[in-house]
Design a protein around this ligand. Structure first.
Ligand SMILES: NC(=O)c1ccc[n+]([C@@H]2O[C@H](COP(=O)([O-])OP(=O)(O)OC[C@H]3O[C@@H](n4cnc5c(N)ncnc54)[C@H](OP(=O)(O)O)[C@@H]3O)[C@@H](O)[C@H]2O)c1
Length: 327
């Protein structure tokens, strides 16, 4: 009886402490995100991939906090819809930048705008896509386009914005990564590698920023209900239908977790206990060892994702100009 009462008391106290920590983190988030709103300086956020999903939700949550917005993406009409809705609802200024970040021209355009603006306070490097093909069959221009969009763009935009942030001693950079960064699985290895790069980049930059009020975070969501899995390459595989609905989080919860973790200067944010566990088991090596051992045995994985499934006939030849010249 006594031990039951003790356990119930301990459980209730742990819940109470957890709740208090959450409330304090939320308060600190609000203070941090509004810290530079002094005098005439209005805060500006630049968000890539703001036409849908997680990026559109960052735009909404930052507009609700009074940020002026610069929204980047390829679909002009969708960006205009998001922008006009937010400027009506929250009374913030919205600028639209149409750019394909898989291309160097698109990256140049956005980088120039960041430098010319000179006072971006919140940068969200969120634009991204998947390429669910084994590496030997993935079109090389799409592989390079992904490296450009996920990594080159994020690094160049961070570099263009960071010195202004350091001068004002205020700013935040969020690199939208993925829980997949912790997994070593076949089927979209460039996605995994580019997201792992964002984690390492953010964790190391965090150390260089210690002692300043400029913060960096790698947000590592698990499955999130957005348009990501509706894109043709996933729709063709029926990916959304195959993933149980309960594994999907909503974009509001994911972005809310990111902003709360920024307040406590947490560099890696993984929303959801289940996904934190998954990342931990990937990081520890346990899960990836199990995957390596079990993968050749399972029939449930689509044939094209299984190791050894690719024979010489199926392999896509390299699309290099050197191969024409016989070099
Ligand atoms: N949904 C998930 O399950 C999940 C899980 C982990 C991580 N993530 C990451 O979350 C980020 C946002 O994805 P989401 O889930 O919100 O999917 P989404 O709804 O498809 O949004 C992706 C955004 O990125 C933009 N984008 C894609 N390629 C681009 C390019 N080449 N140039 C410029 N913009 C580009 C898209 O805009 P346009 O089409 O207008 O260009 C869109 O606004 C991605 O980095 C993704 O890797 C998603």
């Amino acid at each position: 009886m006594k031990s039951k009462t003790f356990l119930a008391g301990a459980g209730a106290s742990a819940l109470l402490v957890g709740l208090l920590i959450k409330i304090m983190a939320r308060r600190r988030a609000a203070v941090f995100l509004k810290a530079a709103a002094q005098g005439d300086h209005s805060l500006t956020a630049l968000i890539t991939g703001a036409s849908s999903g997680i990026g559109a939700e960052y735009a909404r949550q930052l507009a609700a906090r009074g940020y002026q917005l610069i929204l980047v993406g390829r679909r002009l009409k969708r960006l205009q819809e998001v922008g006009s809705h937010l400027s009506e609802q929250y009374g913030v200024g919205v600028e639209i930048l149409c750019a394909d970040l898989s291309s160097l021209e698109g990256i140049d355009l956005v980088e120039r705008r960041i430098i010319e603006h000179g006072a971006i306070d919140f940068l969200v490097n969120n634009a991204g896509f998947g390429l669910p093909r084994v590496f030997a069959q993935a079109p090389i221009d799409q592989v390079v386009g992904m490296i450009n969009c996920h990594n080159l763009a994020s690094v160049r935009f961070t570099r263009a914005a960071i010195n202004g942030m350091l001068q004002r001693n205020f700013g935040a950079i969020v690199n939208v990564s993925s829980t997949a960064a912790y997994l070593r699985i076949p089927g979209d290895i460039t996605y995994i590698a580019t997201k792992a790069y964002l984690n390492v980049f953010s964790e190391s930059l965090h150390l260089e920023l210690l002692g300043t009020n400029v913060r960096v975070q790698a947000l590592c969501p698990g499955y999130t209900m957005t348009e990501f899995h509706d894109r043709p390459e996933y729709a063709a595989l029926g990916t959304r239908e195959r993933i149980p609905a309960w594994l999907f989080m909503d974009a509001f919860t994911v972005v809310n977790a990111s902003l709360n973790d920024l307040a406590i200067d947490k560099v890696i944010c993984i929303p959801g206990v289940g996904y934190r566990l998954l990342a931990w088991s990937g990081r520890s090596g346990l899960l990836n060892t199990a995957i390596r051992l079990l993968l050749p045995l399972t029939e449930k994985i689509p044939a094209s994702f299984r190791p050894g499934s690719l024979n010489a006939r199926e392999a896509t030849p390299p699309e290099s100009p050197l191969s024409d010249s016989g070099a």
